[in-house]
Design a protein around this ligand. Structure first.
Ligand code: GUN
Ligand code: FE
Length: 423
């Protein structure tokens, strides 16, 4: 693997509340990892080639901690509905099409192309119930150079015939075969157990998936406490659980032994938060989706203060774009409205906090990812913001703030994942 140095205006999170900014600095990459950021190239690295990005801004790659690949096809549609109606009318019919590999090939190619060009370097991805199409998606993601977890979705109840597995046994057998087929097939792409959410999965299926997660040491991802109608439904389906998260815990799929991502957590109460903290569950905060589907606004700063792992997520197609800069800005705006209109006890997010969540917060699910401190994977996005023109002089901090509100893939001039340059 090539060792090299990147030069530019370097920004990364020093901690939750502070972005560190080092103008005109050198980021050294050794064997795919950062060896640190320096104001001058240290003697021991003097022989390495330097890629000079001039006045561009270099930030750690962004992690999209929850995104539905098959839903990319209908992003921006059906946004006048709430979650359960939107699933029935748009999501399930679209996802059923992935039984057809020809369709999957066309659709997943578009999804992966957009992800590759975006600021996202790592992602936790939902596919559909179809193992062949899921493997096709994994092949395409592997070719892209991105690093991802990808889940074949499990659904064996409360789902239309066109998108319902025949039985818990059939779903489990298919899932185990798929894990065996994919566990060591790729360098950058890994399977993740993916029960859609409790309403879609029988008790037998949930228990069986927990056993597979343990047997194969595979992480888990699902949805939690997203929408009021959904939460009521789960209460009726799992009367023994005191709260939604406890229902996952009772099935053995709420962190602890198997790392776990739960998307949304808009309505997680104190006990749910406590259990997430104890079990190290990652919250995939999805503010754009939560406003599009009128779900609500998660109290993110409360979760941060409680010490939870929080990452950011597009949740396409609940969210209508893969552009994580848009999602960062939406997170800040939603938190301000929540603070103003709903609860002054939960402070709005700051720029520094959202930058942390988008980089280090979600990156942590992948290990040492999301920072340029020595030892972190060298995931980097180079932002050439000259097209976001302005008449006055702005410092690097101000330019980075503007990128969070204004940037899309047109400003991304280069991208590295674990030291590999994608473009
Ligand atoms: N809950 C169950 N399935 C889904 C989905 O596809 N999207 C969202 N946002 N929530 C879900
Ligand atoms: Fe989702």
């Amino acid at each position: 693997m090539a060792n090299f140095v990147l030069k530019g205006n370097i920004c990364y999170s020093e901690n939750l509340n502070k972005i560190r900014i080092i103008p005109q600095a050198y980021l050294v990459c050794i064997e795919g990892e950062s060896a640190g950021v320096f104001r001058a190239v240290p003697e021991c690295y003097a022989a390495l080639p330097v890629e000079d990005f001039g006045e561009s801004i270099i930030i750690p790659g962004i992690t999209d901690l929850h995104v539905h690949a098959p839903q990319f096809a209908f992003r921006g549609l059906g946004m006048d509905m709430e979650l359960l109606d939107w699933l029935e009318s748009h999501t399930f019919p679209e996802e059923s099409k992935y039984a057809d590999l020809g369709y999957a090939k066309r659709a997943y190619k578009q999804f992966v192309n957009h992800m590759r060009r975006s600021a996202t370097t790592r992602a936790a991805v939902f596919a559909t119930i179809h193992a062949p199409a899921t493997m096709l998606l994994m092949d395409r993601l592997e070719e892209s150079g991105l690093v991802s977890y990808v889940g074949k979705v499990n659904m064996d109840r409360n789902s239309p015939d066109i998108l319902c597995e025949k039985s818990a046994q059939a779903s489990l057998a298919d899932t185990e075969q798929w894990i065996n087929d994919t566990k060591t097939r790729y360098k950058n792409t890994r399977p993740i157990i993916t029960p859609r959410f409790i309403p879609s999965c029988s008790d037998e299926l949930m228990h069986g998936l927990a056993a597979l997660a343990e047997k194969y040491q595979v992480p888990v991802q699902s949805h939690l406490s997203e929408n009021l109608g959904e939460i009521q439904w789960v209460k009726a389906l799992c009367p023994k659980a005191k709260f939604y998260g406890q229902a996952y815990e009772n099935f053995g799929m709420f962190g602890g032994k198997s790392p776990c991502i739960m998307a949304h957590c808009v309505y997680s109460g104190d006990e749910e938060v406590e259990l997430m903290k104890k079990n190290g569950v990652f919250v995939a905060h999805s503010p754009m989706s939560n406003s599009n589907l009128s779900s609500g606004v998660a109290p993110v700063t409360k979760y941060l203060e409680a010490g939870l792992n929080v990452g950011l997520a597009s949740d396409v197609a609940g969210g209508c774009t893969e552009n994580m800069f848009r999602v960062m800005a939406d997170a800040i705006r939603a938190s301000k409205l929540r603070w103003r209109l709903q609860d002054q006890a939960v402070k709005p997010l700051t720029i520094d906090q959202i930058f942390y969540i988008a980089t280090l917060g979600g990156g942590r699910f992948f290990g040492k990812v999301g920072s340029f401190e020595p030892g972190y994977a060298l995931d980097a996005v180079v932002l050439d913001d000259r097209s976001l023109d302005h008449p006055q002089r702005l410092d690097v901090r101000a330019r980075l703030e503007r990128c969070i509100y204004l940037a899309d893939d047109r400003q991304i001039s280069a991208k590295y994942v674990a030291g590999n340059r994608l473009f």
